[in-house]
Design a protein around this ligand. Structure first.
Ligand code: ATP
Ligand code: BTN
Length: 257
């Protein structure tokens, strides 16, 4: 069970995921959260970059030491984190996002949050996991390459004519409290059995036509939902396939979702 969460904040780090890994290697206990006002080397999936400009967004990572889970269950942690962020953004700011499988939260078709879970092994076993979350909060503009698909909490509050004020600290704490709740439910069964229904309620891709960008060849499919391991179930002709996270990206046929 994840119980005690301890917060540390730094003005600037390279990557909060990397700072957690360093502490984990030095023997830190589960539950440490490191957040930063900016990252100089924020990371996304598959070697991509994550932009966390100074004072505009949340960059936060937690150290986990799950006992008795195996490598196949690790991608589910990202799925759970997505549920936690979606719920926390709704609770703290009133913004109802959706989950773009596997690791993004989208609002009105644009990405407001990305999640990166990393694992380190020792003597053939999982030594620790790091789950890192980036949320765009006060950003008003984005670089040209991501402007078409990125949004922030402030931009969405403005669109909704809301007077709510977003606080990075409050949202961060709300995210990890929510994560603790979902993660402990996950640990009971080691899979999505008790969480799958709620996840699918917020799955942006559900029933959508998607393009599966597999390094071995891209193809079109219809997204059906997820299985208990958090893999995406898609229908291709009469066949149902399970897509695991890995190197695969899922895109809408007409856009990002
Ligand atoms: P997928 O996860 O489906 O493969 P993705 O484009 O969301 O696709 P990720 O690896 O999840 O890719 O996220 C990294 C990408 O997110 C970067 O390549 C960049 O396009 C985009 N990105 C980087 N920083 C931000 C940000 N602050 N807000 C929104 N998007 C960002
Ligand atoms: C993605 O969308 O590909 C994942 C982006 C994950 C970004 C967060 S910000 C906090 C943590 N530190 C990192 O370097 N990456 C994650």
């Amino acid at each position: 069970m994840l119980e005690d969460i301890r917060y540390e904040f730094y003005e600037s780090v390279d990557s909060t995921n990397d700072r957690i890994k360093e502490r984990a290697r030095a023997g830190e206990k589960e539950g440490l959260v490191i957040s930063a006002g900016m990252q100089t080397a924020g990371k996304g999936r598959i070697g991509r970059k994550w932009q966390s400009p100074v004072g505009e967004s949340i960059a936060t990572s937690i150290l986990l030491r799950p006992a008795g889970i195996d490598i196949a269950q690790v991608p589910t942690v990202t799925i759970i984190a997505a549920m936690a962020v979606r719920s926390a953004i709704e609770k703290s700011c009133g913004i109802s996002g959706l989950i773009k499988w596997p690791n993004d939260i989208v609002v009105d078709g644009k990405k407001i949050c990305g999640i990166l879970t990393e694992m380190e092994m020792s003597e053939g076993r999982i030594s620790h996991l790091v789950c890192g979350i980036g949320v765009n909060v006060h950003n008003r503009t984005f670089s040209e390459d991501i402007a078409y698909k990125a949004t922030s909490i402030d931009l969405e509050l403005e669109k909704a004519n809301s007077t709510a004020k977003a606080s990075c600290k409050e949202i961060t704490e709300c995210i990890w409290e929510s994560f603790k709740k979902y993660y402990n439910v996950f640990l009971e069964t080691g899979d999505m059995t008790n969480l799958r229904e709620e996840y699918e309620k917020y799955l942006a891709n559900k029933n959508a036509r998607v393009r599966i960008e597999d390094p071995e060849g891209a193809y079109e499919a219809r997204a059906l939902g997820i299985d208990n391991r958090g893999q995406l179930l898609v229908e291709v002709g009469n066949e149902t396939r399970c897509i695991s996270t890995g190197e695969v990206s899922v895109r809408g046929i007409y856009g990002y979702i």
